[in-house]
Design a protein. Structure first.
Length: 216
């Protein structure tokens, strides 16, 4: 297959959205002081989660079968923190909105776009809830640091649902009102990320201080 047969339109449109976002000329992302602090928290939470992954891997290789659940739990949690941190400054959902509007106009279903938007938001919310529920199932064998992270992930799920449904109820506009960017929605997101980060630190400390025991 030659390059002339590959549809590079979506990729070109994505790049066209990301470059202005990175240059902070399109209003995308969150280049405020609070936004960068939360982005840093996402990075710290991801690093903490991957550190917990490394420690769980080491324990599993030494014969501790109980370390498998923490390994998977923190791997998925770290990946989620990494993605959300990147998305905090790039707003990748803008590409979905742009492509959705283009498809709605070209395919003739723009008049019923609200129904499609509601279905998409419902799917996103359902996926977040199911994901948190799955991680909650793993947390039972991953230590109470994982339970702290699950609470943080639940808070972040609430944050994502509020932001995703804001075009329908306008609640986002109310929650965004605050002092110097420190609003209720900012506090909600920061609290969720901080709980995940603290949970990862607790998991690392407990596993480091736990005496080794032979596998049975």
């Amino acid at each position: 297959m030659g390059w002339h047969m590959v549809d590079v339109g979506p990729v070109a449109r994505l790049v066209g959205l990301l470059i202005p976002s990175i240059l902070e000329s399109s209003g995308a992302g969150d280049p405020t002081a609070a936004g960068w602090v939360i982005t840093g928290l996402y990075a710290a939470a991801a690093c903490g989660a991957f550190a917990a992954v490394w420690r769980a891997r080491a324990a599993f290789l030494q014969g501790d079968d109980r370390a498998w659940n923490p390994f998977v739990f923190w791997l998925l949690t770290g990946a989620a923190m990494l993605f959300l941190g990147v998305n905090k400054q790039l707003d990748l959902q803008l590409f979905l909105l742009f492509e959705g509007k283009r498809m709605a106009v070209s395919q003739g279903w723009y008049p019923v776009r609200r129904i499609v938007q509601f279905a998409f938001v419902a799917a996103v919310g359902f996926g977040c809830v199911v994901g948190v529920a799955a991680l909650r199932g793993m947390a039972g064998r991953a230590g109470w640091g994982a339970w702290m992270a699950v609470v943080g992930l639940a808070v972040l799920t609430g944050f994502i649902i509020v932001r995703a449904t804001s075009p329908f109820h306008g609640l986002d506009d109310v929650l965004m009102r605050g002092w110097h960017g420190l609003s209720a929605i900012v506090v909600l997101e920061a609290l969720g990320v901080a709980l995940v980060m603290l949970g990862a630190l607790v998991a690392c400390r407990r596993r480091r201080g736990r005496p080794r025991s032979p596998s049975r």
